[in-house]
Design a protein around this ligand. Structure first.
Ligand SMILES: Cc1cc2nc3c(=O)[nH]c(=O)nc-3n(C[C@H](O)[C@H](O)[C@H](O)COP(=O)(O)OP(=O)(O)OC[C@H]3O[C@@H](n4cnc5c(N)ncnc54)[C@H](O)[C@@H]3O)c2cc1C
Length: 489
């Protein structure tokens, strides 16, 4: 299958898809009408486009856990869908439906097995081609391979397009290898890589072929389908392309110039918070990179977008790293249930760790610096397997993403790309450095509200008792020492 936008419309079998028959455009992680290569290609090459999204319970379940189809012996039990991501997805689909209606079309929503529903839409519309964005997780690959097999037997072409990352995974690689394992050379090559042009919104799409006019509107369908979404965290961001664009542009105007200085400032809330919009493709990562790269602050910001691409190309080359160590360090993980429970509920007695975990529960989001501190604490102070931490994150994160989540967890744990095995973050020092006035801690740990300034970094035992805040469950210095000697052994 082609991944090259210049060759989009051509399948590996060599058949062209430009005969003017209808096409099905399957939205996945590209829930937008701006700069959407799959949508543009469908519109340009077909006579009528059916815009489809399939709510597949298996996909929603697996996006909440590291579980992927594969060997059942290593497949973790399926998790229920993450209510935060379901709620954000529902809002994003409604917004997409509104945009498609402005183009004379509407979103067709189906619920069921993804491959089965895509093929049903093909049959109902008389389509001869299916367009969709390429994705890298094992789950996305397996379902794509199934779709391709079944579509080929009906002589329907399946065309994959870029759009989930700035630079498509595999577009740049060191000689003789499929992916970069080290960030700095990847970043250099990424900066030099020629980019595809940003695509305009299609002028007009027209009614989806084969659909009756009484198709339920997205919100009716979603209200009925997603009662779980009602149980989401209280402070979720609004979903959808419109909200994402507004967030991006406001943030660029107000904060981009100071990004490098303020990105680690926990209290400042000065990072872009576009990660959920990138995760579902409500924003085009290419457009975000293009908009910012020549502005003051732009190179520090696009470097972060490059990290996102970096992890996607690692996962594309090694899809197993969603659940296995990228580099096997033989770390002797422990099943410390009490430690895990204290960590997951934000009751470790280490104020910065607890602040991060409580922000996650309340907002479905956590500041990057706090993510690093809580991940280091779980894997190194408590010696608990990174997979448990990654699963907890993905049960709550609105931006929870296989590539960025699993591989950042591995990066911090020391099993991933990078060389962080011997780096154990000290939660109190991290708080003194990145939350010097204790503002972030007080914001998220109400027991410590009113504790003056830096006293919140490590309250004394009397204050803790008075406020019902726990003693530290481990002494960081001893735990760090124990971790380092265990991994040395
Ligand atoms: C343990 C751990 C787990 C993480 N899990 C996720 C996850 O599931 N999904 C996710 O999108 N990010 C994840 N990150 C990366 C990072 O924390 C978030 O992308 C970032 O906090 C999102 O906030 P922002 O949009 O304000 O970021 P900004 O600082 O404004 O950065 C802009 C964009 O760059 C990308 N980015 C920034 N930092 C990273 C990074 N370290 N790795 C990859 N991409 C990055 C994101 O897409 C982000 O939206 C994780 C980091 C750690 C340490």
């Amino acid at each position: 299958m082609t991944r090259d936008p210049a060759r989009a419309g051509r399948t590996t079998s060599g058949r062209t898809t430009s005969t003017r028959c209808p096409a099905v455009m399957v939205f996945t992680r590209d829930l937008r009408v701006r700069d959407n290569p799959a949508l543009c290609s469908a519109q340009q090459t077909a006579d009528g486009v059916l815009p489809l999204f399939v709510l597949d319970p298996e996909t929603l379940g697996t996006t909440a856990s590291p579980g992927e189809p594969g060997d059942p012996a290593v497949r973790p039990p399926a998790n229920p869908p993450c209510p935060n991501r379901v709620a954000f997805l529902a809002a994003s689909l409604q917004d997409l439906d509104t945009s498609l209606r402005e183009l004379g079309s509407h979103l067709v929503l189906q619920h069921g097995d993804w491959v089965h529903e895509v093929l049903r839409a093909v049959r109902n519309s008389g389509a001869t081609a299916i367009h969709l964005a390429d994705d890298v997780s094992l789950h996305a690959r397996h379902r794509f391979e199934r779709l391709q097999r079944e579509a080929e037997s009906c002589r329907v072409a399946v065309v994959r397009h870029p759009g989930v990352t700035v630079v498509p995974p595999g577009a740049i690689a060191p000689a003789g290898k499929t992916a970069f394992a080290v960030f700095t050379p990847y970043h250099r090559a990424w900066e030099r890589q020629r980019r595809r042009p940003i695509l305009p919104i299609p002028d007009h799409l027209g009614p989806p072929p084969g659909q009756t006019s009484d198709t339920p509107r997205a919100h009716q369908f979603l209200d009925e389908w997603s009662p779980d979404a009602q149980q989401h965290s209280p402070d979720l961001p609004p979903g959808g392309e419109r909200a994402g664009l507004e967030r991006l542009h406001t943030w660029v105007d107000e904060h981009l110039a100071e990004y490098e200085r303020s990105r680690d400032d926990l209290a400042a809330e000065a990072t872009s918070r576009i990660s959920p919009y990138l995760h579902l493709g409500c924003l085009s990562p290419l457009e975000a990179a293009d908009l910012t790269r020549d502005l003051p602050g732009g190179s520090a910001f696009t470097r972060q977008l490059c990290w996102r691409d970096f992890f996607h190309q690692v996962l594309a080359a090694r899809p197993d790293t969603a659940r296995t160590d990228h580099t096997d360090r033989q770390i002797p993980w422990t099943p410390d249930e009490d430690g895990y429970r204290a960590w997951a509920t934000g009751r470790t007695g280490h104020p910065l760790v607890d602040a991060g975990l409580r922000q996650l529960r309340r907002e479905g989001y956590m500041h990057n610096r706090a993510r690093m501190v809580v991940a280091s604490f779980l894997t190194k102070d408590l010696l608990i397997d990174w997979r448990r931490g990654a699963a907890h994150f993905r049960s709550l994160l609105v931006d929870g993403d296989v590539a960025c989540n699993q591989l950042n967890w591995q990066w911090v744990a020391g099993t991933g790309t990078g060389n962080a095995l011997h780096r154990v973050l000290n939660p109190t020092r991290q708080a003194q450095r990145f939350d010097p006035h204790g503002t972030y801690i007080r914001r998220h740990v109400p027991e410590l509200a009113n504790l003056p300034g830096p006293a919140a970094h490590d309250p004394d035992p009397i204050e803790r008792r008075r406020r019902g805040y726990p003693e530290p469950i481990v002494d960081h210095a001893l735990a760090a020492q124990a971790f380092l000697s265990r991994v040395k052994r």
